[in-house]
Design a protein. Sequence first.
Lengths: 317, 247
Amino acid sequence: MVLVFIDHQDGHIKKTSFEAASYAAKIAEVTGTTAEGILIGTVNDNVATLGNYGLTKVHTIADTALNNFDAHVYTKIIATAAEKADVIVFSNNTTGKAIAPRLSVRLKAGLISGAAALPDLSNGFTVKKTVFSGKAFANITVNTPKKIIALNPNSFNVITTGGTAEVVALNITPDEAKVQVVSTDLVKGEVPLGEADIVVSGGRGLKGPENWGMITELAELLGAATACSRPVADINWRPHHEHVGQTGLAIAPNLYIAVGISGAIQHLAGVNRSKTIVVINKDPEAPFFKAADYGIVGDAFEVMPKIIEAVKKLKAS
Amino acid sequence: MKILVCISKTPDTTAKIAFSNNNTKFETAGVQWIINPYDEWYALVRAIELKESDPTTILHLINVGGAESDPIIRKALALGGDEAIRVNSDTSDSFNIATQIAAIARDGGYDLIFTGKETIDYNGSSIGGMVAEILDLPYISHAIKFDLEAGNAVVVREIDGGEETDKSALPLVVSCQKGMAEQRIPNMKGIMGARTKPLKVVEAVTAESYTTIASFDLPPAKAGVKLVSAESPEELVRLLHEEAKVF
Ligand SMILES: Cc1cc2nc3c(=O)[nH]c(=O)nc-3n(C[C@H](O)[C@H](O)[C@H](O)COP(=O)(O)OP(=O)(O)OC[C@H]3O[C@@H](n4cnc5c(N)ncnc54)[C@H](O)[C@@H]3O)c2cc1C
Ligand SMILES: Nc1ncnc2c1ncn2[C@@H]1O[C@H](COP(=O)(O)O)[C@@H](O)[C@H]1O
């Protein structure tokens, strides 16, 4: 059996969980077994609809006390559900990164975090993962009977299969949490950067925070998240959670639009897994053009309003 | 208060990434080695700040690695900390490294163990959680703020699309990232002092490796940029819509 951890937030199952479920279902299909989910805590969504992503069964433990996230407590619950699992799949997000390593120790199961592809079963069990902050891949062979994979967000397409999953309540008493969540503060109304399909990002070339209107307007039109280069966050033009790169968030959207960003190697390290990269920079020598798919050599202050107009027209048509 | 900070050695952020031996070895010729930025800028500096606010704090650094780690350990000691421990061991598997750290931590009786959020070469984000599980301790990952209040840790951590404030008793393992502290540069006094601080080298405990690196690949090269004239940005929008089909 392949077990996938179903992560949720604010009462809803995360998009990355659908990717992880689709990935788990694909491994199950290839290895001739079934894929099941484990969902800890409570959600407003109908859990049975996870069948639509290829899961035959979802183990739940619908205890509101478990909406308090403690990696220790979660690990023990998942370990129980994973007794019959050969492979356990997480999304490689902040939740997955907190639990998967613990579970690896508890189950004596080798962990591959940051997986970028399906396992290669031709010679053992080998998974491609991103290393050197997206500048390369390593193929890692897992030597233990049980395997854990934490899948990079946005690196496996959601596959809908139709069908409903059987929902079964896990009959266990969870441990008492040692970590108490005092409060959570979600940035409301914005697309979470790590999950976004499209990201519009600005750099020091924009001269000041007062000029960010064109970034946020284009992002809004495209349903995109906004990001920025490190100096922009460091001088507080933009909030820190928008900082992408080697020392910020690493993202892999379908489309990354970089405006007034030079494309330093440390910036590229966080965005080079984006499928399509668009660069707008007035300097034809800016290193970012070497990593780009499309580009405009020009002044952002002249180019961006025209792009926004064109997108508006397109959306209206 | 006794704190252990886990320090790893990584290639400089501008290092050229290339592989040799039929793509099975990272090519280290010409590579500059640095302290992993998350370990140095955030985990270590925050630990130093805690020691500054309570000078009775004992601050130890640990590295798992060979003698080639010694320069970065000395640099870490120049920033602060009382002594360093290097476990003389191979570093190809996360569980093996975590076992080495846990063995030292178990004997040391630390109240806090800090790691970086991830290494910038292996990008595992694994060691902290593994150490916590081996020692049966609570673990808070992706910390952007850490404070001690009445003997408890109050930690703000990053979550998808926001932040979460957690409270935990000690001992505790924390993985650290941007926000925890501001990068520091070692001063002359620190550099001189670091020369005489103890750097203990201990032999590795026997430990399993759960994984092996089979090979490396470089991503396929980009086809090259398609430039659109600044006079007609609407052409870019058309291409993105019709050719790249991204919106
Ligand atoms: C260890 C380390 C880690 C780092 N980590 C990160 C990281 O995680 N993320 C990150 O982003 N950086 C990181 N950096 C910093 C990085 O090296 C660069 O300094 C930074 O990315 C530059 O930001 P920028 O492109 O916004 O600014 P600049 O380098 O100043 O570039 C501004 C660009 O805007 C262009 N421009 C100016 N005016 C206009 C205009 N009117 N229209 C269009 N274009 C214009 C310029 O031609 C230029 O290319 C790191 C550095 C180090 C040493
Ligand atoms: N060889 C090592 N020696 C000491 N600490 C390490 C070592 N490797 C990793 N760490 C610590 O564990 C963190 C996470 O590493 P990783 O799981 O490899 O991403 C790093 O930021 C370090 O704090």
